[in-house]
Design a protein around this ligand. Sequence first.
Ligand SMILES: C[S@@+](CC[C@H](N)C(=O)[O-])C[C@H]1O[C@@H](n2cnc3c(N)ncnc32)[C@H](O)[C@@H]1O
Length: 223
Amino acid sequence: MGTGTTAAYDAHADWYNDFMSPAAGEYLRRVHATIAELLGPGDGICLDVCCGTGAHAPAVADLGWTPVGVDLSAGQLRHALHRLPVAVADAAALPFADASLPAAVCVLASTDVPDYGAVIADIARVLQPGGRFVHLGVHPCFIGAFADWSGQPRVVVDERYADREHTFETWNPDGVRARVGGWHIPLADLLNAVMTAGLHLDRVTETGGNAVPDLFAFTATKP
Ligand SMILES: C[S@@+](CC[C@H](N)C(=O)[O-])C[C@H]1O[C@@H](n2cnc3c(N)ncnc32)[C@H](O)[C@@H]1O
C-alpha cells in the first residue's frame, strides 16, 4: 500500500518531528490521554502501526507496554529510532505472524492510507485472541477537505464528506494535509471495517479542544 504519501513524509519528516512534539501542547496531551484511557496498562509488545516519528512511544511505554513501531517512511523512522525499535513495513502487510501480538495502536494515520480497512484487517490478523487495538484518528465527521474550521468555534461541513479520493484541499495552509495530502474515511466505513475484520468494538470516544470534536478513537478487541 506504499504511496507517494510516504515519500511526502520523507520530505517533511524534520518538520513533522517538530510539529508532533511537546510544542503541540494541548493537542498532543489530549492524544496521549486518549491512548492511556483506551489502551490501558499492560505488558508485552504494543505495535505502533504508522508510528511516524515515534511521538507516542513514551505514552505507550508509560502504561507498561513495550512499543515497537512500523512505518513506510524512512525519513519519519530516522526520528523514531531514538524513541522505539522500528521496522520499515507496510501497515497493510505487517511483518508479524498471525495471532502473535497482545496490542496495537494506530494513531493519526487513518487518513494517510488509501484503504484503512486493509490496515485494520492486518492488525486483526496479528493480534492474539483477547488482544486489543486502539485506533485514534482525526474525527471522520468534522476533519477533512470537506470541513472548514476558519470560523471557529463554528465548523462548516459540506457535500465533499462523501469524497474518498486523495486530496490536498484543506482550510489550513499550515497543517499536515497541505503538505502531504490525505484520504477521507467516512464514519460508517471506519466502523464497518472493524466489524469486517472480526474485531469487537469495546469503547468509543471523541474529544475536542473546543465544542466540536476533532479526534475520534476506539478500542476493539480480537475475540
Ligand atoms: C500523520 S503521520 C502519523 C504518525 C504518528 N502515528 C503520529 O501520530 O505522529 C502518518 C504516518 O503514516 C505513515 N504511513 C503512510 N502510509 C503507510 C503505510 N502504508 N504503511 C506504513 N506507514 C504508512 C507515514 O509515513 C506517516 O509517518
